[in-house]
Write a protein that binds this ligand. Sequence first.
Ligand SMILES: Nc1ncnc2c1ncn2[C@@H]1O[C@H](COP(=O)(O)OP(=O)(O)OP(=O)(O)O)[C@@H](O)[C@H]1O
Length: 520
Amino acid sequence: MVAMVRKEDEEGPADRVPHLPWMRHPVDIDAFSGCLVAQLPRLDPRLAEAVQRMGIESFFPVQEAAWMETIGPGAFERDVCINSPTGSGKTLAYALPIVQMLSTRKVRCLRALVVLPTRDLALQVKEVFDAVAPVVGLSVGSAVGQSSIADEVSNLVRKPKQELYPTIDEEYVKMEPLTKVDILVATPGRLMDHINMTNGFSLEHLQYLVIDETDRMLREAYQSWLPTVIELTHSIGQDHSWHDTDGKTLLHPLTTIRRSGVERGFKGKCYPRLAKIVLSATLTQDPSKLSQLELHHPLLLNSGKKRYRIPTKLESYKLICKSNLKPLSLIVLLQELQGHKCLVFTSSVESSHRLSTLLGFFEDLPFKFSEYSRLQRESTRRKTLEAFKEGEIDVLIGTDRMARGIHIDGLRYVINYDMPPYVKTYIHRAGRTARAGESGSCFTFLRKHEVKTFDKMLKKADNASCSLHSVPEESIETLRPVFSSALKKLEESLESEAAKKSNSGDKIPSGSKRKRTNQK
Ligand SMILES: Nc1ncnc2c1ncn2[C@@H]1O[C@H](COP(=O)(O)OP(=O)(O)OP(=O)(O)O)[C@@H](O)[C@H]1O
């Protein structure tokens, strides 16, 4: 309860003036209308072609705005903070400038690091970099724990030359970058593993740091990855100097010259800085959290007048129903949606499991569904998500784990089976649809007493009108006879699972998933 109050405080009222002065004067992303790919000033033609191959003809406003502050007149003089709705194209907004900036690099070494909270998200972002970076000769790696640590290490670093040729100059070997990638997309855990344990893995040449889903990344310490990265990239104490035969001090040819700027803690002196881009659809305004980022003269790019914004083409609906009839109303609603892809959010993994098990006892449902939960094995989850993306499953039932950042083509519907506790949660859940200018709908099941709280919560966001939706009573009535026997079977099934679990100490048996992934 205490934690809940604190989080709600942090969300604050919709129109509160931010504490931090730089947040009060943002660049308005909506002042940009987006532009044709060919018209983006100074865009490398190879990148323009690559972007067009991705099926993109014009840039979204956030992409144009970010470009102007990095490659354009802003020239990345300031760190960039982006607060822009879900599905507005934030990934390309940072990927493209970073790739263009690094396209002239001479020596391959780790120069840009992108950190995201989950593996699924990181892999999604890597795909975007993979589509643009290779055309200008840049290599992209990932550190997300998808493969064994040994495989990851061999993809990221190579052996020092001295191991291959023992006679080579030791000083040269010391300075030689060993990382095989220019850009690394990482989750904090694996990043820390490489920082702590991988020989040759170095952030010494890092010039750009991107933190996506910033508010979530700042909420959790993730083994102190952020202070560690900042510490390792502070140039102070780095000795790149060499002495030539006359005793003159020279800068080593492989030294990375970072952008200069007055960093915090250097008493006004000009020191090379790590340039940062931080982003979210619900960027925190909390000064104590933002201070962890050590931003350099930050510039906020913001979309909308209120603090949060719901995508323009998202339609929100509320369904008021008694809790004991919720499963039936859900089935009727899913029938109405006619097998279109849909995500169903519940408040906990237990609730997701209960709901999907229960639905499994209804025969002949006209949609295929599956549970997606951290109680399942990673491989099961990955296969489920793939099947959903491929359209082999119509409905995924899960928790807020599915809410952040994930993009699924053609997803038109989101259902909040349980009311989201915060407006931020609503934004991220609903934001899985109505992406990239497409339309989509979000339905929220509410009990009567929740309506007022829900309406108040939505008022914190721009574009948050919400109409009432109801499902036909008769359709619910036709399901009632099966419902009572399904409930009985559900209790038996959960009891038997609990017994198995206490005998073996196992998680939910993976075989039970097959039963729940019913057929049309
Ligand atoms: N200029 C564009 N034109 C058309 N589609 C685009 C463009 N830019 C990005 N997209 C597509 O829009 C979708 C959403 O982009 P992206 O995942 O970057 O959104 P986001 O703002 O990061 O969302 P979230 O906050 O939910 O993470 C992706 O499928 C991407 O391919």
